[in-house]
Write a protein that binds this ligand. Sequence first.
Ligand code: ADP
Length: 310
Amino acid sequence: MDAVVELDRVTVTYGGHVALRGVSSQFPPGAVGLLGPNGAGKSTMIKSLLGFIKPTDGRLRVFGLDVAASPLEIRARIGYMPENDGHVPGMSAVSFVAYCGELCGLPVDDATRRAHEVLHYVGLGEARYRHVETYSTGMRQRIKLAQALVHDPDLLFLDEPTNGMDPRGRDEMLDLVRDLARHKGVNVIVSSHLLPDVEYTCDHVIVLDKGRIAAAGTIDELKGPPGRVFEVRVKGDVAAFVARLTAAAIECHDTDDDVLRVFVPGDPPGPGAEQQRICRIAREAGVQVRHLRPSLPTLEDVFARAIGER
Ligand code: ADP
């Protein structure tokens, strides 16, 4: 399968600050999650792919076209839903989206027809004659998706698409993203700090950290086989326990709930053997095991491991 997006040793600097450090990566067709902590370089990557930022070094390709050589041709095939609002006050949703269509090169009549279509598609059909500044946050997210879709792009960049949405609106937005990727043949790149959103919409993720690729692959591959992750809660010197696990090449990291997620590498030697090993290490560290349970690997684990969180 041909990659939709390719980066070949891309470096981007702002003044003396390096935001992307020789990044090489390929985004396959379908829906890809772009993950990373704040400042990892996600927006810089998206802006470079759109041709808004010129890399100091390296090459970027979208649909096989060089971004430096064909920026307009590429932009005509990309829809971009930015994180921040960019509405024009005093315009109705339908005139705003039609205007965005014209800016993408659509003739007026086509732009207007498409504006009605996409506003219906994103669930704003009834509100389409209202001024955008009267919209709720959730509605503003939807209109941003509508303007990104107006010219029928082959690739969509969605930056934090569910920001500020209530749970129902968020579910509806995620269903739209899934529908676009799975049934409408649109390639989608979702940048989000909400890992469940990415897990619901994407098959593949690319994790950036400090301007480098920290992990890339299908979510299933990166999670690894089930049965190798354990939830552990101990009483006593947790740091000593973690140090012993680490010395035994067993990775672990904290969760918000005071539970350690412990990853045992290699093939299981036999039923219960890993639990026994964890209990033995706890005894050696002088801590009491209060809770020990096998768990399923999650995208949170993939993310935490990729960026080396403990
Ligand atoms: P992310 O989208 O993952 O939060 P960004 O791409 O926005 O990360 O930023 C990557 C790094 O580049 C950060 O350290 C950020 O502070 C820096 N950066 C981003 N934009 C600029 C800018 N316009 N000028 C200087 N530094 C910037």
